[in-house]
Design a binder for this molecule. Structure first.
Ligand SMILES: Cc1cc2nc3c(=O)[nH]c(=O)nc-3n(C[C@H](O)[C@H](O)[C@H](O)COP(=O)(O)OP(=O)(O)OC[C@H]3O[C@@H](n4cnc5c(N)ncnc54)[C@H](O)[C@@H]3O)c2cc1C
Length: 493
Protein backbone atom coordinates (compact mmCIF):
# COMPACT_ATOMS: atom_id res chain seq x y z
CA UNK A 1 0.00 0.00 0.00
CA UNK A 2 1.34 3.46 -0.78
CA UNK A 3 1.98 5.60 2.29
CA UNK A 4 0.41 9.07 2.43
CA UNK A 5 2.90 11.78 1.62
CA UNK A 6 3.72 13.49 4.92
CA UNK A 7 3.28 17.23 5.27
CA UNK A 8 5.43 17.35 8.45
CA UNK A 9 9.09 18.38 8.49
CA UNK A 10 10.67 18.34 11.94
CA UNK A 11 13.95 19.93 13.03
CA UNK A 12 15.25 16.96 15.02
CA UNK A 13 17.99 18.84 16.88
CA UNK A 14 15.53 21.44 18.21
CA UNK A 15 13.01 18.73 19.15
CA UNK A 16 15.58 16.67 21.09
CA UNK A 17 16.97 19.78 22.82
CA UNK A 18 13.46 20.78 23.95
CA UNK A 19 12.57 17.24 25.11
CA UNK A 20 15.80 17.05 27.13
CA UNK A 21 14.68 20.20 28.97
CA UNK A 22 11.46 18.54 30.18
CA UNK A 23 12.36 14.85 30.62
CA UNK A 24 15.09 13.20 32.70
CA UNK A 25 17.62 11.22 30.63
CA UNK A 26 16.11 7.81 31.49
CA UNK A 27 12.73 8.94 30.09
CA UNK A 28 13.97 9.85 26.61
CA UNK A 29 15.35 7.61 23.84
CA UNK A 30 17.03 9.16 20.81
CA UNK A 31 19.70 6.69 19.67
CA UNK A 32 18.91 4.50 16.66
CA UNK A 33 19.43 1.19 18.51
CA UNK A 34 17.04 2.37 21.27
CA UNK A 35 14.40 3.52 18.80
CA UNK A 36 14.44 0.33 16.68
CA UNK A 37 12.13 -1.73 19.00
CA UNK A 38 9.44 0.91 18.52
CA UNK A 39 9.45 0.97 14.71
CA UNK A 40 6.28 -1.13 14.36
CA UNK A 41 3.44 -2.71 16.30
CA UNK A 42 1.99 -6.19 15.73
CA UNK A 43 1.53 -5.34 12.03
CA UNK A 44 5.20 -5.81 11.24
CA UNK A 45 4.83 -5.28 7.49
CA UNK A 46 4.71 -1.51 8.14
CA UNK A 47 7.61 0.23 9.87
CA UNK A 48 8.92 3.74 10.51
CA UNK A 49 11.66 5.00 12.82
CA UNK A 50 10.53 7.82 15.14
CA UNK A 51 12.78 10.80 15.91
CA UNK A 52 12.47 10.15 19.66
CA UNK A 53 10.64 7.96 22.15
CA UNK A 54 9.37 9.59 25.37
CA UNK A 55 8.69 7.37 28.39
CA UNK A 56 7.07 9.78 30.87
CA UNK A 57 6.56 8.74 34.50
CA UNK A 58 4.04 11.39 35.52
CA UNK A 59 1.03 13.09 34.02
CA UNK A 60 2.93 16.38 34.28
CA UNK A 61 5.57 14.99 31.94
CA UNK A 62 2.87 13.82 29.48
CA UNK A 63 1.50 17.37 29.49
CA UNK A 64 4.96 18.85 28.90
CA UNK A 65 5.70 16.49 25.99
CA UNK A 66 2.36 17.22 24.33
CA UNK A 67 2.71 21.00 24.82
CA UNK A 68 6.22 20.92 23.35
CA UNK A 69 5.13 18.90 20.31
CA UNK A 70 2.15 21.18 19.84
CA UNK A 71 4.35 24.28 19.89
CA UNK A 72 6.86 22.76 17.45
CA UNK A 73 4.19 21.16 15.20
CA UNK A 74 5.58 17.66 15.76
CA UNK A 75 3.41 14.50 15.32
CA UNK A 76 2.84 12.36 18.43
CA UNK A 77 1.93 8.66 18.45
CA UNK A 78 0.79 7.25 21.79
CA UNK A 79 1.83 3.66 22.49
CA UNK A 80 0.73 0.99 24.95
CA UNK A 81 2.23 -2.49 24.55
CA UNK A 82 2.48 -2.28 20.73
CA UNK A 83 0.34 -5.43 20.20
CA UNK A 84 -2.04 -3.61 17.83
CA UNK A 85 -2.57 -5.34 14.50
CA UNK A 86 -3.46 -2.36 12.30
CA UNK A 87 -0.33 -0.23 12.61
CA UNK A 88 -2.02 2.20 15.05
CA UNK A 89 1.11 2.58 17.18
CA UNK A 90 3.50 2.63 14.23
CA UNK A 91 5.59 5.80 14.65
CA UNK A 92 5.51 8.83 12.39
CA UNK A 93 8.92 9.31 10.73
CA UNK A 94 8.83 13.04 11.60
CA UNK A 95 7.47 12.53 15.09
CA UNK A 96 7.65 11.32 18.65
CA UNK A 97 6.40 8.09 20.21
CA UNK A 98 4.77 8.73 23.59
CA UNK A 99 4.94 5.43 25.46
CA UNK A 100 2.59 4.94 28.41
CA UNK A 101 4.52 1.84 29.56
CA UNK A 102 5.43 3.42 32.90
CA UNK A 103 1.80 4.27 33.70
CA UNK A 104 1.35 0.76 35.06
CA UNK A 105 -0.36 1.23 38.43
CA UNK A 106 -3.73 -0.06 39.58
CA UNK A 107 -4.97 2.97 41.49
CA UNK A 108 -8.12 1.53 43.13
CA UNK A 109 -10.29 -1.56 43.15
CA UNK A 110 -13.68 -0.76 44.68
CA UNK A 111 -15.63 -3.88 45.63
CA UNK A 112 -18.82 -1.97 46.50
CA UNK A 113 -19.15 -0.02 43.27
CA UNK A 114 -17.56 -2.90 41.28
CA UNK A 115 -15.11 -0.58 39.57
CA UNK A 116 -11.36 -0.21 39.20
CA UNK A 117 -9.35 2.91 38.39
CA UNK A 118 -6.14 2.09 36.54
CA UNK A 119 -3.38 3.82 34.64
CA UNK A 120 -3.39 3.21 30.87
CA UNK A 121 -0.22 1.09 30.79
CA UNK A 122 -1.75 -1.59 33.04
CA UNK A 123 -2.10 -4.92 31.20
CA UNK A 124 -5.64 -6.11 30.54
CA UNK A 125 -5.18 -9.36 32.48
CA UNK A 126 -3.64 -7.52 35.45
CA UNK A 127 -6.99 -5.78 36.07
CA UNK A 128 -8.77 -9.12 36.47
CA UNK A 129 -5.91 -10.42 38.64
CA UNK A 130 -6.25 -7.41 40.95
CA UNK A 131 -10.04 -7.84 41.12
CA UNK A 132 -9.95 -11.63 41.70
CA UNK A 133 -9.67 -11.47 45.53
CA UNK A 134 -13.07 -9.69 45.52
CA UNK A 135 -14.71 -12.33 43.28
CA UNK A 136 -14.74 -9.82 40.38
CA UNK A 137 -13.11 -9.55 36.95
CA UNK A 138 -12.84 -7.26 33.92
CA UNK A 139 -14.90 -8.84 31.14
CA UNK A 140 -13.37 -7.69 27.80
CA UNK A 141 -10.68 -10.28 27.13
CA UNK A 142 -8.66 -9.81 23.92
CA UNK A 143 -6.58 -12.90 23.11
CA UNK A 144 -3.57 -10.62 23.67
CA UNK A 145 -4.74 -9.83 27.23
CA UNK A 146 -1.55 -11.09 28.83
CA UNK A 147 0.35 -8.23 27.15
CA UNK A 148 -1.96 -5.51 25.78
CA UNK A 149 -2.74 -2.45 27.88
CA UNK A 150 -6.00 -0.87 28.96
CA UNK A 151 -4.96 2.36 27.19
CA UNK A 152 -4.56 0.43 23.93
CA UNK A 153 -7.88 -1.37 24.56
CA UNK A 154 -9.63 1.99 25.00
CA UNK A 155 -8.05 3.44 21.86
CA UNK A 156 -9.02 0.39 19.79
CA UNK A 157 -12.34 -0.42 21.53
CA UNK A 158 -11.01 -3.94 21.90
CA UNK A 159 -13.12 -7.05 22.18
CA UNK A 160 -12.63 -10.70 23.00
CA UNK A 161 -14.34 -14.03 23.47
CA UNK A 162 -16.62 -12.79 26.26
CA UNK A 163 -17.73 -9.57 24.54
CA UNK A 164 -20.73 -11.26 22.92
CA UNK A 165 -22.44 -11.39 26.32
CA UNK A 166 -20.61 -8.69 28.29
CA UNK A 167 -19.92 -6.05 25.63
CA UNK A 168 -16.83 -4.42 24.13
CA UNK A 169 -14.49 -2.00 25.87
CA UNK A 170 -16.97 0.82 25.21
CA UNK A 171 -19.58 -0.99 27.32
CA UNK A 172 -17.17 -1.56 30.21
CA UNK A 173 -15.46 1.81 30.67
CA UNK A 174 -17.07 4.42 32.92
CA UNK A 175 -14.64 7.32 32.96
CA UNK A 176 -11.51 8.56 31.21
CA UNK A 177 -8.92 11.14 32.13
CA UNK A 178 -7.36 12.52 28.97
CA UNK A 179 -4.65 15.03 28.04
CA UNK A 180 -5.29 17.05 24.88
CA UNK A 181 -2.59 17.88 22.35
CA UNK A 182 -2.47 21.39 23.89
CA UNK A 183 -1.66 19.79 27.26
CA UNK A 184 -5.09 20.41 28.83
CA UNK A 185 -6.61 17.73 31.09
CA UNK A 186 -10.24 16.75 30.60
CA UNK A 187 -12.30 14.09 32.30
CA UNK A 188 -15.27 12.43 30.67
CA UNK A 189 -17.89 9.94 31.82
CA UNK A 190 -18.64 9.08 35.45
CA UNK A 191 -20.46 6.68 37.74
CA UNK A 192 -24.01 7.68 36.72
CA UNK A 193 -25.77 5.69 33.98
CA UNK A 194 -26.11 8.79 31.79
CA UNK A 195 -24.12 12.01 31.60
CA UNK A 196 -25.42 15.34 30.30
CA UNK A 197 -23.93 16.73 27.10
CA UNK A 198 -22.45 14.93 24.15
CA UNK A 199 -21.28 11.36 24.75
CA UNK A 200 -17.56 12.08 24.48
CA UNK A 201 -16.74 8.83 26.28
CA UNK A 202 -18.10 6.80 23.36
CA UNK A 203 -16.33 9.14 20.93
CA UNK A 204 -12.95 8.75 22.64
CA UNK A 205 -13.23 4.95 22.92
CA UNK A 206 -12.07 3.56 19.60
CA UNK A 207 -10.56 6.86 18.45
CA UNK A 208 -7.14 5.19 17.91
CA UNK A 209 -5.06 7.84 19.66
CA UNK A 210 -6.26 10.60 17.30
CA UNK A 211 -8.12 12.77 19.82
CA UNK A 212 -6.16 12.73 23.09
CA UNK A 213 -3.80 10.76 25.31
CA UNK A 214 -5.55 8.72 28.02
CA UNK A 215 -3.87 8.88 31.44
CA UNK A 216 -6.46 7.14 33.64
CA UNK A 217 -9.30 4.69 33.02
CA UNK A 218 -12.15 3.65 35.32
CA UNK A 219 -13.57 0.28 34.32
CA UNK A 220 -16.58 -1.78 35.38
CA UNK A 221 -15.95 -5.10 37.07
CA UNK A 222 -18.39 -8.01 36.98
CA UNK A 223 -18.83 -10.90 39.42
CA UNK A 224 -17.08 -14.11 38.48
CA UNK A 225 -19.76 -16.63 37.45
CA UNK A 226 -20.21 -19.64 39.72
CA UNK A 227 -19.72 -22.00 36.79
CA UNK A 228 -18.69 -21.91 33.13
CA UNK A 229 -18.83 -24.82 30.69
CA UNK A 230 -18.00 -25.09 27.01
CA UNK A 231 -19.68 -27.18 24.33
CA UNK A 232 -17.32 -28.15 21.52
CA UNK A 233 -19.14 -29.09 18.30
CA UNK A 234 -17.66 -30.58 15.10
CA UNK A 235 -19.16 -30.07 11.67
CA UNK A 236 -18.38 -31.83 8.37
CA UNK A 237 -19.50 -28.76 6.53
CA UNK A 238 -18.32 -25.16 7.13
CA UNK A 239 -21.56 -23.68 5.84
CA UNK A 240 -23.57 -25.67 8.40
CA UNK A 241 -21.30 -24.46 11.20
CA UNK A 242 -21.88 -20.88 10.04
CA UNK A 243 -25.62 -21.44 9.96
CA UNK A 244 -25.48 -23.01 13.45
CA UNK A 245 -24.04 -19.74 14.82
CA UNK A 246 -27.00 -17.80 13.41
CA UNK A 247 -29.41 -20.47 14.73
CA UNK A 248 -28.09 -20.21 18.32
CA UNK A 249 -28.61 -16.45 18.39
CA UNK A 250 -31.97 -16.78 16.62
CA UNK A 251 -33.05 -19.19 19.41
CA UNK A 252 -32.64 -16.30 21.86
CA UNK A 253 -29.45 -17.66 23.44
CA UNK A 254 -26.61 -15.20 24.16
CA UNK A 255 -23.71 -17.46 25.11
CA UNK A 256 -20.75 -16.15 27.11
CA UNK A 257 -18.60 -16.96 24.06
CA UNK A 258 -19.27 -18.37 20.58
CA UNK A 259 -16.16 -18.99 18.52
CA UNK A 260 -15.31 -20.92 15.39
CA UNK A 261 -12.18 -22.38 13.80
CA UNK A 262 -11.93 -23.95 10.37
CA UNK A 263 -9.96 -27.11 9.56
CA UNK A 264 -6.75 -25.23 8.74
CA UNK A 265 -6.83 -23.33 12.04
CA UNK A 266 -7.57 -26.48 14.09
CA UNK A 267 -4.72 -28.33 12.33
CA UNK A 268 -2.31 -25.49 13.15
CA UNK A 269 -3.38 -25.28 16.78
CA UNK A 270 -3.73 -28.93 17.86
CA UNK A 271 -0.02 -29.92 17.82
CA UNK A 272 0.71 -26.64 19.66
CA UNK A 273 -1.80 -26.86 22.55
CA UNK A 274 -3.11 -30.48 22.39
CA UNK A 275 -6.67 -29.37 23.13
CA UNK A 276 -8.21 -32.54 21.65
CA UNK A 277 -9.75 -30.86 18.58
CA UNK A 278 -11.42 -33.05 15.94
CA UNK A 279 -8.97 -32.76 13.06
CA UNK A 280 -11.38 -34.39 10.58
CA UNK A 281 -13.97 -31.67 11.12
CA UNK A 282 -14.37 -28.94 8.51
CA UNK A 283 -15.20 -26.52 11.34
CA UNK A 284 -15.27 -26.52 15.13
CA UNK A 285 -17.59 -24.35 17.21
CA UNK A 286 -16.91 -23.51 20.86
CA UNK A 287 -19.92 -22.25 22.79
CA UNK A 288 -19.60 -21.22 26.44
CA UNK A 289 -22.35 -20.86 29.04
CA UNK A 290 -21.82 -19.22 32.39
CA UNK A 291 -23.94 -18.46 35.46
CA UNK A 292 -25.31 -20.57 38.28
CA UNK A 293 -25.08 -24.37 37.81
CA UNK A 294 -28.83 -24.48 37.04
CA UNK A 295 -28.59 -21.70 34.43
CA UNK A 296 -25.58 -23.35 32.79
CA UNK A 297 -27.27 -26.79 32.65
CA UNK A 298 -30.41 -25.32 31.09
CA UNK A 299 -28.52 -23.25 28.50
CA UNK A 300 -26.15 -26.07 27.56
CA UNK A 301 -29.06 -28.41 26.85
CA UNK A 302 -30.70 -25.77 24.61
CA UNK A 303 -27.39 -25.12 22.81
CA UNK A 304 -26.87 -28.86 22.23
CA UNK A 305 -30.37 -29.19 20.76
CA UNK A 306 -29.74 -26.31 18.31
CA UNK A 307 -26.30 -27.64 17.34
CA UNK A 308 -27.67 -31.15 16.73
CA UNK A 309 -30.49 -29.78 14.60
CA UNK A 310 -27.92 -27.72 12.66
CA UNK A 311 -25.92 -30.83 11.71
CA UNK A 312 -23.12 -31.10 14.29
CA UNK A 313 -21.72 -34.64 14.10
CA UNK A 314 -19.85 -34.63 17.41
CA UNK A 315 -20.58 -32.75 20.65
CA UNK A 316 -18.42 -32.64 23.78
CA UNK A 317 -19.07 -30.68 26.98
CA UNK A 318 -16.17 -29.66 29.23
CA UNK A 319 -16.37 -31.65 32.48
CA UNK A 320 -13.92 -29.62 34.55
CA UNK A 321 -12.40 -26.15 34.67
CA UNK A 322 -9.13 -27.60 33.36
CA UNK A 323 -10.91 -29.08 30.35
CA UNK A 324 -12.82 -25.85 29.69
CA UNK A 325 -9.51 -23.92 29.64
CA UNK A 326 -7.98 -26.57 27.37
CA UNK A 327 -10.86 -26.23 24.86
CA UNK A 328 -10.26 -22.45 24.81
CA UNK A 329 -6.46 -22.69 24.79
CA UNK A 330 -6.37 -23.58 21.11
CA UNK A 331 -8.66 -20.76 20.05
CA UNK A 332 -6.75 -18.25 22.18
CA UNK A 333 -3.39 -19.43 20.80
CA UNK A 334 -4.52 -19.58 17.16
CA UNK A 335 -2.36 -16.64 16.04
CA UNK A 336 0.96 -17.89 17.45
CA UNK A 337 0.08 -21.45 16.32
CA UNK A 338 -0.34 -20.26 12.73
CA UNK A 339 2.90 -18.31 13.18
CA UNK A 340 4.65 -21.68 13.68
CA UNK A 341 3.59 -23.13 10.32
CA UNK A 342 4.26 -20.16 8.04
CA UNK A 343 7.11 -17.63 7.82
CA UNK A 344 4.61 -14.74 8.00
CA UNK A 345 0.88 -14.30 8.41
CA UNK A 346 -1.46 -11.38 7.94
CA UNK A 347 -4.41 -11.22 10.35
CA UNK A 348 -7.53 -9.61 8.93
CA UNK A 349 -10.42 -8.26 10.99
CA UNK A 350 -13.72 -7.75 9.17
CA UNK A 351 -17.25 -8.06 10.53
CA UNK A 352 -20.24 -9.44 8.68
CA UNK A 353 -23.86 -10.27 9.58
CA UNK A 354 -23.76 -13.71 11.23
CA UNK A 355 -26.10 -15.32 8.71
CA UNK A 356 -23.58 -14.58 5.91
CA UNK A 357 -20.62 -16.44 7.49
CA UNK A 358 -20.98 -19.43 5.16
CA UNK A 359 -20.97 -17.16 2.07
CA UNK A 360 -17.86 -15.38 3.30
CA UNK A 361 -16.03 -18.65 3.96
CA UNK A 362 -16.78 -19.89 0.44
CA UNK A 363 -15.49 -16.59 -0.97
CA UNK A 364 -12.29 -16.81 1.10
CA UNK A 365 -11.69 -20.34 -0.25
CA UNK A 366 -11.98 -18.94 -3.79
CA UNK A 367 -9.56 -16.11 -2.90
CA UNK A 368 -6.99 -18.69 -1.72
CA UNK A 369 -7.02 -20.04 -5.29
CA UNK A 370 -6.97 -16.56 -6.84
CA UNK A 371 -3.94 -15.38 -4.85
CA UNK A 372 -2.18 -18.74 -4.45
CA UNK A 373 -1.96 -18.30 -0.65
CA UNK A 374 -3.33 -20.41 2.21
CA UNK A 375 -5.68 -18.95 4.81
CA UNK A 376 -6.71 -20.30 8.23
CA UNK A 377 -9.92 -18.88 9.68
CA UNK A 378 -10.78 -18.12 13.29
CA UNK A 379 -13.84 -16.11 14.21
CA UNK A 380 -15.55 -14.41 17.07
CA UNK A 381 -18.47 -16.09 15.32
CA UNK A 382 -21.20 -14.82 17.63
CA UNK A 383 -20.27 -11.23 16.73
CA UNK A 384 -19.71 -12.06 13.04
CA UNK A 385 -16.12 -10.88 13.54
CA UNK A 386 -13.72 -12.67 11.17
CA UNK A 387 -10.00 -13.18 11.69
CA UNK A 388 -8.72 -14.82 8.50
CA UNK A 389 -4.98 -15.49 8.87
CA UNK A 390 -3.40 -15.21 5.42
CA UNK A 391 -0.12 -17.15 5.26
CA UNK A 392 2.73 -15.79 3.17
CA UNK A 393 6.51 -15.52 3.01
CA UNK A 394 7.74 -11.92 3.07
CA UNK A 395 11.12 -13.01 1.69
CA UNK A 396 9.53 -14.13 -1.61
CA UNK A 397 9.05 -11.31 -4.11
CA UNK A 398 5.41 -10.33 -4.55
CA UNK A 399 4.00 -12.49 -1.70
CA UNK A 400 3.31 -9.60 0.67
CA UNK A 401 1.61 -7.63 -2.10
CA UNK A 402 -0.60 -10.67 -2.88
CA UNK A 403 -1.39 -11.11 0.83
CA UNK A 404 -2.31 -7.44 1.10
CA UNK A 405 -4.59 -7.61 -1.96
CA UNK A 406 -6.17 -10.81 -0.56
CA UNK A 407 -6.85 -8.97 2.71
CA UNK A 408 -8.31 -5.94 0.89
CA UNK A 409 -10.71 -8.25 -1.00
CA UNK A 410 -11.90 -9.78 2.30
CA UNK A 411 -12.52 -6.36 3.84
CA UNK A 412 -14.33 -5.02 0.80
CA UNK A 413 -16.49 -8.15 0.63
CA UNK A 414 -17.31 -7.60 4.33
CA UNK A 415 -18.70 -4.18 3.42
CA UNK A 416 -20.59 -5.61 0.42
CA UNK A 417 -22.19 -8.25 2.69
CA UNK A 418 -23.49 -5.52 4.97
CA UNK A 419 -20.64 -5.55 7.50
CA UNK A 420 -17.64 -3.48 8.42
CA UNK A 421 -13.89 -3.37 7.72
CA UNK A 422 -13.02 -3.75 11.40
CA UNK A 423 -14.43 -5.64 14.33
CA UNK A 424 -11.87 -4.83 17.00
CA UNK A 425 -8.36 -4.20 15.61
CA UNK A 426 -9.02 -0.68 14.37
CA UNK A 427 -8.20 0.99 11.07
CA UNK A 428 -4.72 2.37 11.78
CA UNK A 429 -2.60 2.50 8.66
CA UNK A 430 -3.67 -0.97 7.55
CA UNK A 431 -7.28 -0.40 6.54
CA UNK A 432 -7.11 3.28 5.69
CA UNK A 433 -7.91 2.65 2.01
CA UNK A 434 -10.89 0.49 2.89
CA UNK A 435 -12.34 3.42 4.88
CA UNK A 436 -12.92 4.89 1.41
CA UNK A 437 -15.06 1.85 0.59
CA UNK A 438 -16.92 1.91 3.89
CA UNK A 439 -17.76 5.62 3.92
CA UNK A 440 -18.74 8.33 1.46
CA UNK A 441 -17.54 11.96 1.40
CA UNK A 442 -20.07 13.40 3.92
CA UNK A 443 -19.16 10.87 6.63
CA UNK A 444 -15.42 11.30 6.09
CA UNK A 445 -15.82 15.08 6.22
CA UNK A 446 -17.69 14.73 9.54
CA UNK A 447 -14.79 12.62 10.92
CA UNK A 448 -12.30 15.29 9.82
CA UNK A 449 -14.33 18.00 11.56
CA UNK A 450 -14.38 15.97 14.81
CA UNK A 451 -10.61 15.52 14.55
CA UNK A 452 -10.11 19.24 14.02
CA UNK A 453 -12.23 20.05 17.08
CA UNK A 454 -9.80 18.08 19.29
CA UNK A 455 -6.56 18.54 17.37
CA UNK A 456 -6.62 21.42 14.92
CA UNK A 457 -3.02 20.95 13.76
CA UNK A 458 -3.64 17.19 13.23
CA UNK A 459 -0.61 16.17 15.30
CA UNK A 460 -2.04 13.18 17.20
CA UNK A 461 -1.40 9.98 15.24
CA UNK A 462 -1.67 11.78 11.88
CA UNK A 463 -2.36 10.01 8.57
CA UNK A 464 -4.05 7.09 10.35
CA UNK A 465 -7.63 5.82 10.74
CA UNK A 466 -9.38 8.54 8.69
CA UNK A 467 -8.22 8.93 5.07
CA UNK A 468 -8.01 12.26 3.30
CA UNK A 469 -10.54 12.71 0.51
CA UNK A 470 -7.69 12.88 -1.97
CA UNK A 471 -6.36 9.54 -0.78
CA UNK A 472 -9.82 8.09 -1.38
CA UNK A 473 -9.92 9.63 -4.84
CA UNK A 474 -6.59 7.95 -5.63
CA UNK A 475 -7.74 4.63 -4.18
CA UNK A 476 -11.04 4.85 -6.08
CA UNK A 477 -9.03 5.37 -9.26
CA UNK A 478 -7.02 2.22 -8.53
CA UNK A 479 -9.94 0.01 -7.48
CA UNK A 480 -13.11 0.52 -9.48
CA UNK A 481 -15.94 -1.69 -8.25
CA UNK A 482 -18.92 -2.71 -10.34
CA UNK A 483 -18.01 0.03 -12.79
CA UNK A 484 -18.54 2.73 -10.14
CA UNK A 485 -15.76 5.24 -9.58
CA UNK A 486 -15.61 6.37 -5.94
CA UNK A 487 -15.63 10.12 -5.27
CA UNK A 488 -16.11 11.10 -8.94
CA UNK A 489 -16.32 14.77 -7.95
CA UNK A 490 -12.66 14.88 -6.87
CA UNK A 491 -9.82 15.73 -9.22
CA UNK A 492 -7.47 12.78 -10.01
CA UNK A 493 -3.70 13.32 -9.80
C1 LIG B 1 -1.79 -12.39 19.31
C2 LIG B 1 -2.71 -11.22 19.31
C3 LIG B 1 -4.06 -11.42 19.60
C4 LIG B 1 -4.95 -10.34 19.60
N1 LIG B 1 -6.25 -10.57 19.93
C5 LIG B 1 -7.10 -9.53 20.00
C6 LIG B 1 -8.47 -9.76 20.37
O1 LIG B 1 -8.90 -10.87 20.67
N2 LIG B 1 -9.28 -8.67 20.42
C7 LIG B 1 -8.83 -7.42 20.12
O2 LIG B 1 -9.62 -6.47 20.20
N3 LIG B 1 -7.55 -7.19 19.76
C8 LIG B 1 -6.69 -8.20 19.70
N4 LIG B 1 -5.39 -7.97 19.34
C9 LIG B 1 -4.96 -6.60 18.97
C10 LIG B 1 -4.38 -5.75 20.14
O3 LIG B 1 -3.86 -6.57 21.16
C11 LIG B 1 -5.42 -4.78 20.68
O4 LIG B 1 -5.76 -3.84 19.69
C12 LIG B 1 -4.96 -4.02 21.94
O5 LIG B 1 -6.01 -3.25 22.46
C13 LIG B 1 -3.77 -3.11 21.70
O6 LIG B 1 -3.26 -2.71 22.96
P1 LIG B 1 -1.77 -2.18 23.11
O7 LIG B 1 -1.56 -1.78 24.51
O8 LIG B 1 -0.82 -3.16 22.57
O9 LIG B 1 -1.85 -0.88 22.19
P2 LIG B 1 -0.85 -0.37 21.07
O10 LIG B 1 -0.71 -1.38 20.00
O11 LIG B 1 0.39 0.12 21.70
O12 LIG B 1 -1.66 0.87 20.51
C14 LIG B 1 -2.89 0.68 19.86
C15 LIG B 1 -3.51 2.05 19.57
O13 LIG B 1 -3.85 2.68 20.79
C16 LIG B 1 -3.28 3.98 20.87
N5 LIG B 1 -2.97 4.17 22.29
C17 LIG B 1 -2.29 3.34 23.10
N6 LIG B 1 -2.26 3.83 24.35
C18 LIG B 1 -2.94 5.01 24.33
C19 LIG B 1 -3.27 6.00 25.30
N7 LIG B 1 -2.90 5.88 26.58
N8 LIG B 1 -3.97 7.08 24.91
C20 LIG B 1 -4.36 7.23 23.62
N9 LIG B 1 -4.09 6.33 22.66
C21 LIG B 1 -3.40 5.23 23.02
C22 LIG B 1 -2.07 3.93 19.95
O14 LIG B 1 -1.75 5.20 19.46
C23 LIG B 1 -2.58 3.01 18.85
O15 LIG B 1 -3.33 3.76 17.92
C24 LIG B 1 -4.48 -9.03 19.30
C25 LIG B 1 -3.13 -8.83 19.02
C26 LIG B 1 -2.25 -9.90 19.02
C27 LIG B 1 -0.81 -9.64 18.71
Amino acid sequence: MSRPESSFVTDRATLVRRLKMILPAHCLLVEDEDLRPYECDGLTAYRAMPLAVCLPESEGQVIDVLRTCHQLGVPVVARGAGTGLSGGAMPHAEGVVLSLARFNKILRVDRDSRTAAVQPGVRNLAVSEAAAPYGLYYAPDPSSQIACTIGGNVAENSGGVHCLKYGLTVHNVLRLRVVSIEGEIFEIGGGAPDAPGYDLLALLIGSEGLLGVVTEVTVKLVPKPELAQVVMASFHDVARAGDAVAAIIAAGIIPAGLEMMDKAAAAAVEPFVKAGYDLDAAAILLCESDGTPEEVAEEISRVMAVLTASGAHDLRVSQSEAERLRFWAGRKAAFPAVGRITPDYYCMDGTIPRKRLAEMLAAIAAMEQKYGLRCANVFHAGDGNLHPLIMYDASLPGEWERAEAFGADILELSVALGGSITGEHGVGIEKINQMCVQYATPELEAFHRVKAAFDEKRLLNPEKAVPSLHRCAEYGRMRVHRGELKFPELERF
